[in-house]
Design a protein around this ligand. Sequence first.
Ligand SMILES: *[C@@H]1O[C@H](CO)[C@@H](O)[C@H](O)[C@H]1NC(C)=O
Length: 101
Amino acid sequence: MKFLIVFVALFAVALAEEVPIVRSEVDIEPNNYSFDWATNDGQAAQAKGELKNVGTDQEALSVQGSYRYVDNDGVEHSLSYIADENGFQPQSADLPVPVQA
Ligand SMILES: *[C@@H]1O[C@H](CO)[C@@H](O)[C@H](O)[C@H]1NC(C)=O
């Protein structure tokens, strides 16, 4: 749930600075959800989550998402991730290449 808190926090920051929102979609269903938003300064985030194996011992939330922003030097940064029963798996050119054990 930590990643959700991060996105809510990013969204709150976007609102606090009154950056115009150019896209904002949310769909919440009993066993899945999605959101997709963007501001006019290059910030955006989207994710789709689905509860898998509902009602079984293997019930797990599976989320695919991404976010991007433009830093103070005008460079765009982005990260995409999968978060599921195998953990949080981010992919970004900004991240160091994992060392293979
Ligand atoms: C989300 O759930 C709704 C109803 O519960 C279903 O109709 C829809 O196909 C689901 N969407 C995805 C992407 O699984």
